[in-house]
Design a protein around this ligand. Structure first.
Ligand code: A2P
Length: 286
């Protein structure tokens, strides 16, 4: 696993750091998630505050119901569209070839943009994976998605997709945090050249009271959230902590001025207990 460490006297990563996807597109390692951010002022402000703070990547989805406010927030930031990495996802009930193409058009309209940087299949809907992927490949080839990928895909879902795919997904966005570190799935994705992105990197806030993390945080004069975000980054995992609070949006980005030691990384790796804050992709229902 590629790891990022400080070089003597210099910081290797900053808020602009990227990972290169298997098609050569550069994706920011750090960004803002807006799951459960309310459509309207809440999302619009969060996106604008984040971009003001230097965030380069915003992750939304059709099902979040806030694509329009994400688009407004990007506009309000005054930062050029091409300087933002924008992700959205096709929802489960829209999956299938034709319906995915239609859903994509609707997302573009709501986002008020003519392309996204990354379009993802939100969940592996049984029976629809291959047809949905065909639509994503077509969208990619049209240039209206700079990269395509999947979310919540386990090994067997990726294998199903690859049976008929022309293009290997560039990203797999999965639930990943210290209580569910996804070591095996990460290794599998890496073997296929698929970049792993963490959703709910803070387990929706549920890791914040962990005593091991608290001790490490104290040592670095950082918050537990910052420790966890830094752990992602040093593991080479793309991370998109969600916050709608201006202070916490700022705080979550202040993770480029310290480094976790190998011992601390190992201690955090050991916190894994297979705990999910969200749905298991093997048993989810549409
Ligand atoms: P809020 O939006 O009010 O800041 P995840 O990204 O794992 O889903 O976690 C999101 C949850 O964690 C939200 O409830 C968010 O609340 C909260 N959160 C985000 N950043 C921080 C932080 N730095 N400290 C404490 N809670 C945070």
């Amino acid at each position: 696993m590629k790891a990022f460490y400080l070089e003597k006297g210099g910081i290797l990563m900053d808020i602009n750091s990227t990972v290169t996807l298997n098609n050569g597109i550069k994706m920011p390692l750090f960004g803002l998630g807006v799951f459960k951010a309310e459509d309207g002022t809440e999302t619009e402000n969060a996106v604008k505050w984040a971009i003001d703070e230097g965030y380069k990547s915003i992750d939304t989805a059709k099902i979040y119901g806030n694509e329009s406010s994400v688009g407004q927030g990007i506009k309000a930031s005054g930062v050029a569209r091409e300087d933002i990495f924008l992700t959205t996802k096709v929802w489960n009930s829209d999956q299938g070839y034709e319906t995915t193409l239609e859903a994509f058009e609707k997302s573009l309209k709501l986002l008020e943009t003519d392309y996204v940087d990354l379009y993802l299949i939100h969940w592996p809907v049984t029976g629809e994976i291959q047809a949905t992927w065909k639509a994503l490949e077509e969208i990619y080839e049209s240039g209206r998605a700079k990269a395509i990928g999947v979310s919540n895909f386990h090994k067997q879902h990726i294998e199903k997709l690859l049976e008929t795919a022309n293009i290997t997904p560039m990203v797999n966005q999965i639930e990943l945090h210290p209580y569910l570190n996804q070591k095996e799935l990460r290794a599998y994705c890496q073997s296929k050249g698929i970049v792993v992105e963490a959703w709910s990197p803070l387990a929706r806030g549920e890791v914040l009271n962990d005593s091991v993390l608290k001790d490490i945080a104290k040592k670095h004069h950082k918050s537990v959230a910052q420790i966890v975000i830094r752990w992602d980054l040093q593991n080479g995992i793309v991370t998109i902590p969600k916050s709608v609070n201006q202070e916490r949006i700022k705080q979550n980005a202040e993770v480029f001025d310290f480094e976790l030691s190998l011992e601390e990384m190992t201690a955090i790796n050991k916190l894994d207990k297979g705990y999910r804050s969200g749905t298991n992709p093997d048993t989810f229902e549409i």
